[in-house]
Design a protein around this ligand. Structure first.
Ligand code: FAD
Ligand code: SF4
Length: 490
């Protein structure tokens, strides 16, 4: 650590004396993210990655070449002025760094933690290209998190314009909805968020576990909405409690944003999926995260299976989260069963790495054939087949082909299915005239307007299971269109 401090001082001196050359910047070692030890963290739910120190953040920021064309910005779905905020961190101007990020992203503490930077901004970074290794790119996400965390106390409350007399309903309270609510409220409209669960925040609260995204961070953003005057109504299922039509025709809402996400789990459709001990990842994670099942009997009312041997099916972020949660809930053995090879896994590399460090047993090129019961209706094992890779399929990934006669049994008492989620169907089923595509996602134009006047949509319900940053981007686009639409009706 003191070596880092010495290096930083030397670099600051050099900068004062005439500036840093690219060779000086390339010579700065990429700063590793401090993290809880794997052996320790697998038995607690606290955040794994602990954030840069100030010295680390400034050193990492000094690795940035401040490229004229800033290719990193092109890779950012919401076009944050990356090189400017990184420069501000290098100069110790953390408040300014955060202000720059907030021009385009309302939730930097969230995005700095969960955005897939390695396939967005960092993939395009010149420094990563120079070293031919995306892991050696400037750690933009970690710096974003640093700037957000450094601000410490609650985020500033944006100003709200004078009342317009118009009412906006926001359905769902995920990241897209939070941005849509903030931006429409800023314009002076009366905004109400309707959330089906008892707690707002969407997947950031019910899906992504505490050890990756502390819930206090999401709560801070919800508190800001409340301080802006946004009303948040929980336990309110639009399509059941009230329909979109009723909100608009009877309850006086002039515009609606639908941000209900993609929370409909897919299953394998294999024998035995009805057995006790088979969960969708959504249910498993909701019990664990939202309902705090890890505290069952000690303040939490929701139980979860006490599992010893768990198989998680899938290779995405959701599968990693489920596998790592199962370890933290006390499982002795957790298998991650994936039918392609590790190269094809859609999960973020960091999540794969963390899962392995924590002891998740990766069973690649394997897939279940059926789940076995014990006669009492409980899971007692899983019969699997081995696979090999064939020709590329329509997704460009090599097709997994089962190897005949390769059956074997995994000894498990719990199976968590994490093979993807579809659109939540309720709004589509209860809103006549709302155009959906063949997967049940709401069809919108470039302004996020749906086929119905005054109704806008964004996030996973439009994009399919996507990312926090893309949902936020659509929330912003939709809010701008709603503000324009309501201004035209004035
Ligand atoms: C386990 C898991 C891990 C993930 N990890 C990452 C990650 O690391 N990085 C990343 O960028 N993305 C990740 N994602 C994806 C990301 O969380 C989503 O893309 C994003 O949250 C979608 O935002 P959204 O605005 O569409 O709303 P969502 O977050 O999907 O929230 C929708 C909300 O609408 C509510 N709702 C649904 N129906 C109704 C109704 N009829 N009435 C009222 N309310 C309703 C739901 O209860 C929910 O709270 C992950 C997803 C999951 C499931
Ligand atoms: S591409 Fe990388 S080095 Fe260039 S400005 Fe962006 S972060 Fe800095």
């Amino acid at each position: 650590m003191s070596d880092d401090r010495t290096l930083l001082n030397e670099l600051l001196e050099k900068q004062k004396a005439g500036g840093l050359k690219p060779s000086d910047r390339y010579a700065i070692p990429p700063q590793p993210m401090p993290a809880q030890e794997a052996s320790e963290r697998r038995s607690n739910i606290s955040e794994v990655a602990q954030g840069y120190t100030e010295t680390q953040a400034r050193l990492e920021a000094m690795r940035c070449l401040q490229c004229k064309t800033a290719p990193c910005m092109e890779g950012c779905p919401v076009r944050i002025r990356i090189k400017d905020f990184v420069t501000a961190i290098a100069e110790g101007q953390y408040g300014e760094a955060l202000a720059i990020i907030k021009e385009n992203s309302l939730l930097p503490a969230v995005c700095g933690r969960v955005c897939p930077q390695e396939v967005q901004c960092q993939e395009k970074c010149t420094v990563g290209k120079k070293f031919k290794d995306v892991d050696k790119a400037v750690a933009i996400g970690r710096l974003e998190r640093f700037a957000a965390d450094r601000a410490g106390a609650a985020p500033a409350v944006p100003q709200v314009a004078a009342p317009t007399g118009k009412k906006v309903a926001i359905i769902g309270s995920g990241p897209g909805s939070i941005v849509a609510a903030a931006d429409t409220r800023r314009a002076g409209h009366e905004v109400t968020v309707f959330e089906a669960f008892h707690k707002p925040g969407g997947v950031m609260v019910y899906g992504i576990p505490e050890f990756r995204l502390p819930k206090a961070i999401v709560q801070q953003e919800i508190d800001v909405l409340k301080q802006m005057g946004v009303e948040i109504v929980c336990n309110f299922v639009v399509g059941r409690t009230r329909t979109v039509d009723q909100l608009m025709k009877d309850d006086g809402f002039d515009a609606v944003y639908v941000g209900v996400g993609a929370g409909l789990p897919s299953f394998m459709n294999i024998p035995g999926e009805h057995l006790i001990g088979v969960y969708s990842a959504n249910e498993y994670l909701t019990r664990a995260n939202l309902m705090k099942a890890y505290n069952f009997g000690k303040g939490a009312d929701t139980p979860i299976a006490v599992s010893k041997r768990v198989a998680v099916l899938g290779g995405g972020n959701v599968a990693m989260d489920a596998a790592r949660t199962a370890l933290r809930l006390g499982a002795e053995k957790v298998y991650l069963v994936y039918r392609r090879s590790e190269k094809e896994m859609p999960a973020r590399l960091e999540e794969v790495h963390h899962a392995k460090e924590e002891g998740v047993d990766f069973r690649i090129l394997q897939n279940p054939k059926r789940i076995l019961g014990n006669g009492d209706g409980n899971v007692a094992g899983m019969e699997c087949l081995k696979y090999e890779l064939g020709e590329p399929d329509s997704s460009g990934r090599r097709r997994p082909v089962p190897i005949e006669g390769s059956e074997f049994t995994l000894d498990v008492d719990t199976v968590i299915v994490a093979i993807g989620n579809g659109a939540n169907p309720l709004i589509g089923q209860t809103t006549p005239g709302l155009e959906l595509n063949k997967w049940g996602n709401i069809v919108v134009d470039e302004k996020c307007k749906t086929s119905l006047e005054g109704v806008y949509a964004g996030g996973d319900i439009v994009l399919g299971a996507a990312t926090v940053i893309l949902a936020m981007g659509q929330g912003r686009t939709a809010a701008a269109a709603i503000n324009e639409y309501l201004a035209s009706k004035a």
